[in-house]
Design a protein around this ligand. Structure first.
Ligand code: NAD
Ligand code: UDP
Length: 323
């Protein structure tokens, strides 16, 4: 297959590029490097099957889509979007554009070639959920004008756009709703909880728990998640399909687990809870098991250990200056 991965230089996108190359696909990575990094994909540069183009997917230029990929593509995985709360709140308009114009362009490319299209949506479409765990038929509880809305509403619009292309144009499209995922290649300063706690613990700095730490998340190891995305690329499933690990824990429990894994002497400091921070989150993954035969395999203990090892091996490298 010839697969276009938008956002391919990011955390998830780079792992997806690697998995596709590994099984023999040709991969075109399209990225503007706003939150992604060349070092995430540098190991693929030597492969003749890998190509990268620096492009902003929100471009309105008429030839936009042909500039991405002049040749015929078999699949488009659309991941390009800021993803961590500090990233998308720093880039509110770019985030809305990535979900709307960026998704429209990616859909245009898939439509041009009759390709399979997969949208990387998010558990954030459920907002601060009143139903627990979250099933795909729950419509969510999103504040449309809160600080997270630029991300949540952009993804909800992207889902609507994707479904409309499937219904109205017969596009072979699918939607995955990704729940909190962690692993190697997260940016130490991306502000997400796993990367932040590990970085703080390894440096012996205080662990910053927001609120009282009783809010919950369910964390999926990146390798599991990528298997799910590949399964979705390979099957003509519209979804939406939740992809995540249902093993749920509080943020405070996560802090304790990371402190113990790193044998850190860091203290825990409590900070104010961000506005609209979801109280709890856990995926119901029945649909993923039924339609994709997918379920996560890596325990949080194993996944965190691998992630800590990766961060520790990089701890001596210079601190990043951008994004
Ligand atoms: P990331 O920030 O590491 O990757 C996003 C990539 O998109 C980056 O390489 C960035 O440079 C690129 N990008 C952003 N705007 C772009 C634009 N206008 N044009 C071209 N490229 C652009 O984040 P990630 O965690 O890898 O997330 C990837 C996708 O998965 C996102 O769509 C995100 O919403 C979704 N997602 C991720 C998680 C998670 O836990 N990691 C959870 C839910 C959804
Ligand atoms: N969080 C925290 N300390 C941090 C960063 C995040 O306590 O330094 C909390 C945050 O308030 C949220 C949870 O961890 O309740 C997950 O945050 P993250 O930004 O990783 O993802 P999201 O909120 O999008 O699920």
């Amino acid at each position: 297959m010839y697969v276009v991965v938008t956002g391919g230089a990011g955390f998830l996108g780079s792992h997806l590029c690697g998995a596709l190359l590994e099984r023999g696909d040709r991969v075109l990575c399209v990225d503007d490097f706003s939150t992604g990094r060349a070092e995430n994909i540098s190991e693929y540069f030597a492969s003749p099957e890998f190509e990268v183009r620096e492009i902003d997917v929100t471009s309105t230029a008429a030839e936009t889509v042909d500039r991405w990929a002049p040749g015929r593509v078999d699949a488009v995985a659309h991941l390009a979007s800021p993803a961590s709360p500090p990233d998308y709140q720093r880039r509110p308009l770019q985030t809305l554009a990535a979900g709307s114009r960026g998704t429209e362009n990616a859909l245009r490319l898939a439509t041009r070639d009759g390709a399979r299209f997969v949208l990387a949506s998010t558990s954030e479409v459920y907002g601060d959920p009143e139903i627990h765990p979250q099933r795909e038929d729950y419509w969510g509880n999103v504040n449309p004008i809160g600080p997270r809305s630029v991300y949540d509403e952009a993804k909800r619009f992207a889902e609507a756009l994707t479904v409309a292309h499937a219904r109205d144009r017969g596009l072979n499209a699918g939607i995955i709703r990704i729940f909190n995922t962690y692993g190697p290649r997260m940016r130490p300063q991306d502000g997400r909880v796993v990367s932040t706690f590990i970085t703080q613990a390894l440096a012996g700095e205080p662990i910053t728990v927001y609120g009282d730490g009783s809010q919950t998340r369910s964390f999926c190891y990146v390798d599991d998640l990528i298997r799910g995305i590949v399964a979705m690329l390979d099957r003509p499933v519209l979804g939406p399909v939740n992809l995540g690990n249902p093993s749920e824990r509080t943020v405070r429990q996560l802090a304790d687990q990371i402190l113990s894994l790193t044998r850190s002497t860091s203290t825990v400091e409590y900070r104010s809870l961000p506005v609209d921070d979801p109280t709890r989150r856990r995926p119901d993954i029945t649909a993923a098991a039924d339609v994709l035969g997918w379920r996560p395999q890596v325990s949080i203990e194993d996944g965190l250990r691998r992630t800590v090892d990766w961060f520790a091996s990089r701890a001596k490298e210079p601190v990043e200056l951008s994004a």
